[in-house]
Design a protein around this ligand. Structure first.
Ligand code: NDP
Length: 326
């Protein structure tokens, strides 16, 4: 038996509780991992509060990402003692997840912990930080460099936004951080933002085209914010869309695409191919300042996850929350 946050189906919604889970109930997989650290992402908030139907198998162990040490493996690539990271692949949704002392997964899902990175640091980055890096990689693949102009980051004080701001500034970009919490302006400037703007500038209905303000952007907000970002992107620029903190809709027009050759780049962390994952973790090892990472990280225990889940949905979490499992 081991400690885990278990989600069960109730009559109208779901229940979440820190309880004990039987190892015999773990799902199929060729690698068993002693989980050391997990993290709290927006999707984890949805799962533990039952606010959206992200859990599709019951009982479920919540938690979409972990870092830890391989305990047992029949996969050729992994042996006991290896340090590994696992993100997504349906963990915490269709496969038993990360808020547990043990996890059993497919070896093909795992990424080796980068040299010099601790399991705690990997989860301080977590799915949010790795998604921020996938977004940076997408902008680079589009051809953007610091000389093309500023990059806007929305939801900047959140997890994806904080890591995106820190990484982009380290890479030499002029970062415009958009936040609903102007009280966090000093925090964002500390991460390297050159400008901090109020998110209300971007949340109203979008014009088809507006004044060109940035060469690119990383958007974790969606809805009218994403529409405004597109309408304000310079000719030939690109926006990486990775989130929906304000909504799933996109009330935009084709004008930015057909009149300014702007590109909308979709970012998915869950089913992202392994090669791109490895590239993202390798770049996180080199391009994210660890001192800044420590500054944006707040640690909680497994017994605090359910309460913190409600806070992340309310937009009250700053930076990243790392969850100590053992
Ligand atoms: P956080 O809650 O840490 O950050 C979200 C931020 O968005 C908040 O801190 C807030 O920033 C801003 N925000 C919240 N509500 C609103 C609103 N109503 N209008 C405008 N801005 C708002 O979450 P994460 O950083 O972990 O995740 C961000 C988004 O990215 C989520 O939607 C999540 O589902 C998505 N995501 C997607 C992934 C993928 O694979 N595509 C992977 C990981 C996350 P501020 O206070 O600065 O305004």
């Amino acid at each position: 038996m081991f400690k885990a946050i278990r989600i069960d189906k109730a009559e109208k919604s779901t229940t979440a509780a820190l309880t004990r889970f039987d190892e015999a109930e773990l799902m199929e997989g060729d690698v068993t991992v002693e989980v050391e650290w997990s993290t709290l992402n927006y999707k984890d908030g949805l799962a533990v509060t039952g606010k959206a139907p992200v859990v599709r198998r019951f009982p479920m162990i919540a938690g979409i990402d972990f870092a830890g040490t391989v305990e047992q493996s029949s996969h050729p690539q992994w042996k006991a003692g290896d340090k590994v990271i696992c993100n997504g692949w349906g963990m915490g949704e269709t496969h038993l997840g990360a808020y547990a002392e043990k996890a059993r997964v497919k070896g093909d899902w795992l990424v080796r912990l980068p040299e010099g990175m601790s399991t705690r640091e990997a989860m301080a980055i977590g799915t949010a930080g790795y998604t921020a890096m996938l977004s940076v990689l997408a902008l680079e693949k589009h051809g953007l460099t610091p000389k093309h102009g500023p990059i806007v980051v929305t939801g900047a004080a959140g997890g994806v936004g904080s890591v995106a701001t820190a990484v982009l500034s380290k890479l030499g970009y002029h970062v415009i951080a958009s936040t609903g919490r102007l009280s966090e302006a000093d925090y964002l400037k500390g991460l390297g933002a050159a400008e901090v703007i109020d998110r209300s500038e971007l949340s109203g209905p979008a014009k088809p085209l507006a004044k060109e303000r940035w060469a690119g952007g990383i958007d974790s907000v969606g809805s009218t914010t994403l529409a405004n970002l597109l309408s304000m992107t310079k000719y030939g620029g690109a926006i990486a869309a990775c989130g929906l903190a304000a909504g799933m809709d996109l009330p935009s027009s084709v004008a930015p695409f057909i009149l300014r050759a702007v590109c909308l780049l979709g970012i998915d962390s869950v089913m992202c191919p392994i090669g791109l994952r490895k590239a993202a973790w390798s770049r996180l090892a080199s391009d994210l300042d660890r001192t800044k990472l420590a500054e944006i990280t707040h640690e909680i225990g497994l017994d605090e996850v359910i309460g913190a889940g409600a806070k992340i949905l309310a937009g009250q979490v700053r930076g990243r929350i790392v969850v100590k499992i053992r």
